[in-house]
Design a protein around this ligand. Sequence first.
Ligand SMILES: C[S@@+](CC[C@H](N)C(=O)[O-])C[C@H]1O[C@@H](n2cnc3c(N)ncnc32)[C@H](O)[C@@H]1O
Length: 267
Amino acid sequence: MNHPLRELLYAIENHPGRVKRTSEVMPLAPDVPTMSPYRTRWLLNQLVKDLGADEAYLEIGTWQGATLISALWDNPLARGYACDNFSQFNQIPGTGLWEGVRPAFLKNMARYQETGRLGAFSFFDEDCFALAARAKVPVKAKDGRPFGWPIGVFFYDGDHSRIATARAFVDFQPFLAREVIVIVDDWNYPSVRAGAWAGIEGVNPLGVWFRVLPAVRFRDADGNGPKGGPIYGQDALDAEPNLVGSGGRDGGWRNGLGCFHLTLRKG
Ligand SMILES: C[S@@+](CC[C@H](N)C(=O)[O-])C[C@H]1O[C@@H](n2cnc3c(N)ncnc32)[C@H](O)[C@@H]1O
């Protein structure tokens, strides 16, 4: 099974220390508020590293940019597409301030771009399904299309309703590479699981390979979380007192990830 996702997940399952060692030497957007633990961001970074030369990364649901920055960090040849309409979670928790996530996202991306260590990306500030509909309209120039390159890695972390999750597969299917990795965040939400499987049924792929990277379990009242509240960077993640696991940092994949390797019907 010579496939980057399968090899990575095999390594994670069988050599979990690799995640920790890597996390200690590679700070990924440590100062950007995020809902994704370090591990998830590390996984995205590794998957983008393994993208084919003619493929791109797509992220729906960037929020303040931590996952997008992590995916593209030190991947200078990578191309990314990203979309958010800033319709959710637009209060910066913990600060008591009401500030737009959009300006925070733009500021974070500009700051990290200045380092010269980010791969290139196009950002679409719109509803992702409107984007998909718009991208289907043929235009002559390759550069005139939102998705000029087939998507080899798709991270879906947008609206977690069943219908939106299903549409993420179906609506974006025309832009995905024949062999595509799809990572769906918040796998422990029943709506996400139901939506993903409905979407896969809609896409009707030739092949489906699937694994779950499990959710963080919290030591709160019911003992099996998730418990709300974003994680503020690596330091805060380390300090998160409610994470069960080896000292917090390796406590899990927060709300869980559904990981797919799909072989799609093309042409
Ligand atoms: C869970 S947050 C993303 C978190 C981010 N990936 C991280 O881990 O830090 C979900 C994001 O999806 C965006 N979103 C929700 N519905 C959307 C839609 N229809 N089109 C584009 N973005 C959407 C929200 O505005 C929000 O910023």
